[in-house]
Every structure is written in structure tokens, then in C-alpha cells.
Design a protein around this ligand. Structure first.
Ligand SMILES: CC(C)(COP(=O)(O)OP(=O)(O)OC[C@H]1O[C@@H](n2cnc3c(N)ncnc32)[C@H](O)[C@@H]1OP(=O)(O)O)[C@@H](O)C(=O)NCCC(=O)NCCS
Length: 152
């Protein structure tokens, strides 16, 4: 598996990975626009079969936020997400972030297990954060990692 720091050249593959991971994936031009934003960076995981996963983060005011993280279903439970976070955290430190945080739907057990395994801890709850259309609204858990204390 290769991990590539995202540039415009990776956006097509990032969109392809994202589309596999999420029902409503982000388009290539959305990734291009986001990557031009202040403090935004990402990584693409790929192998000889093609794109496997993607992470996009933003650092602002000393905090890194995970904007999105997704792995193609066929590539899950092989350490792809763990590897993407493992490169994203030092990159956040390089941009002077002291903590990382993210929101995750309270029913997303795989993602909560992943973040907990990597040292993220529950830091809050945002009620009715995700609009799931006819299914209604879903709360989000806010999870946080102290980058000064983390070993990664
Ligand atoms: C959540 C997600 C990114 C995990 O990606 P992944 O590449 O399969 O995760 P990894 O293989 O790196 O898993 C690392 C650890 O996370 C935990 N984990 C990951 N998936 C899990 C699952 N389905 N059930 C329980 N624990 C899980 C485990 O501790 C795992 O370590 P282990 O395999 O040694 O037990 C992936 O399932 C995904 O893309 N889901 C859909 C999109 C999504 O929900 N993104 C997160 C939004 S906040």
C-alpha cells in the first residue's frame, strides 16, 4: 500500500475512494476546491488495484479536524484507516496543531472503535447533527486526541 500526500493530481482517485466509502461521495472538483483551502491537507491510500481510502483534514487555530475519512468496503479491516490517521497526525503537528478532533455518528460503531483504538476520547455530543433524510436526525459524538500526549 502507498500513502500519497494529496495534490490536485490525487483528486480523481480520492473521489473514487470516497465514492466507494460513502453513499454520497465527494466529487473530484470538490476535493480540488477543498485542498485549496487554508490549512487543508489529505492523504490517499492506494495499491496496485487502485484507490483504497482517503483522509482529509483541516488545521486551524492549533486544532486539527478530520473532515472526512473513508475506506473502500473491499479494503476494510486491513489497517488502511489506521495508516491514513498515522500519517495525518504528524502532518497536523507540523502545522502546529496541539489536538485533533472529529465528529462521528453515534451509531457508527466501526469508526468509533477505530478512533478509540487510536487514542481519541469522547469530548462531547452534538444533538441531531446528521440529517439522514427520511430516517430523521442522528447525534454526533465529538472525539478528541491530545497531540502532545499521543505517541503517533
Ligand atoms: C471506519 C473506517 C474508516 C475504518 O477503516 P478500516 O481501514 O477498515 O480500519 P482499519 O482496518 O484501519 O481498523 C483499525 C482498527 O479500528 C477498529 N475497527 C475498524 N473497523 C471496525 C469494525 N468494523 N468493527 C470493530 N472495530 C473496527 C479496530 O480496532 C481496528 O483494528 P483491528 O482490525 O486490528 O481490530 C471504514 O469502516 C469506513 O470507511 N467506513 C465508512 C465511512 C465512515 O464511517 N467513515 C468515518 C466517518 S467519521
Amino acid at each position: 500500500m502507498r500513502l500519497l500526500r494529496s495534490t490536485a493530481a490525487e483528486c480523481e482517485a480520492m473521489a473514487a475512494a470516497h465514492a466507494q466509502a460513502f453513499a454520497a461521495g465527494w466529487r473530484e472538483d470538490e476535493f480540488e476546491d477543498l485542498l485549496e483551502g487554508e490549512g487543508i491537507y489529505g492523504f490517499l491510500a492506494a495499491d496496485e488495484t487502485g484507490p483504497l481510502g482517503v483522509i482529509l483534514c483541516r488545521v486551524a487555530a492549533g486544532e486539527m479536524e478530520v473532515l472526512t475519512l473513508g475506506v473502500a468496503p473491499a479494503a476494510r479491516r486491513r489497517g488502511v484507516a489506521r495508516a491514513l490517521i498515522a500519517v495525518a497526525l504528524p502532518a497536523a503537528r507540523d502545522l502546529a496543531a496541539e489536538a485533533a478532533f472529529l465528529e462521528v455518528a453515534i451509531d457508527n460503531e466501526p469508526a468509533i472503535a477505530l478512533y478509540a483504538a487510536l487514542g481519541f476520547r469522547k469530548a462531547g455530543l452534538r444533538k441531531a447533527y446528521y440529517d439522514r433524510g427520511p430516517e430523521g436526525f442522528m447525534d454526533a459524538l465529538v472525539m478528541r486526541l491530545d497531540l502532545n500526549a499521543a505517541a503517533a
